[in-house]
Ligand binder design. Sequence first.
Ligand SMILES: [Zn+2]
Length: 335
Amino acid sequence: MTAPARLPIIDLHCDLLVYLSDVPGSAIDNVAEIGCSLPALTQGNVRLQTMAIYCATAPGSTKYAHLQAEIFHKLATDERSCLTAVKDVESLHNALSGKGDIGMIASIENASGFCEEDEPLEDGFKKLEKIIEAVERLLYISFTHHLGNRFGGGNSTDQGITRDGKMLLDYMHGRRIAVDLSHTSDALAFDILEHIDRERLDIPIIASHSNFRPVWEHNRNLPDELVQEIIRRKGLIGMNFLRAFVNTGEPDALLQHIRYGFEKGAEDAICFGADYFYTSDFPDPTRVPFYFPEHEQAGTSYTYLLERLLEHLTPQQLEKLAYRNVQHFIERIWA
Ligand SMILES: [Zn+2]
């Protein structure tokens, strides 16, 4: 079998663009400041990294998101960056071959990045098109962050979908962009699924960076019913490495999350969504340390987890977790 250390890795979520747009003196090769620095991605054999365009819901959110889309564009087009945009199945396969640059694809973490609370929805859709133009392709859109916005309720609320949220789903129909449930309230997640079913919309469903709520109780983790919906709809569930969502006292709980996923039928959905971000300016001291040491760097974390899972999973299952499930998902929705 292929040694797990050499398996290619696909990851569904990081906040490198936020770090590069926000932090004075930030650099893509600064291994001390962010877990998904370029040297760490290279060392960890990460072949495709999803780059979230994140913003809070606040005035100026669309300017902030646009800046990150431009940073993505610069990274993708700068010959010296060692990064290239994955925009079709061919570029996905090139990235996975490991012969060229590391692949990256953008996503939107909070729809306030293209539509502010007080502007016409149509203008928001135009801004969304502008972002897509800059990044070439979006893997997914999360409607909200922790709080709510004009589209619906975030994970720390109990609000469901709004009229604008339904219109955003109608807009996404057939565009081959997934809707991400990682930051929705449970109510918004179920409302999204209901609207998709009622209107027979063609929109893939994922949870890009969420673990399992029965393993660790947190509103950012998925209840079983949503896990089963994602499996049934052939979506993806990306395992999150943040201590707050793994288990605040027990690093091996991340292995439990992964094994729980396999036991619950998520064998073809489970993948990585490590959620590396710049933590030094984060206001909440209870979150420190943000990651357990064995999970804090892309250079070693994925390899460590795959090696620890060798005795529990088959070589085929390890491959699915490392990259195959995301590869197959992308091949299917972009075909
Ligand atoms: Zn997030």
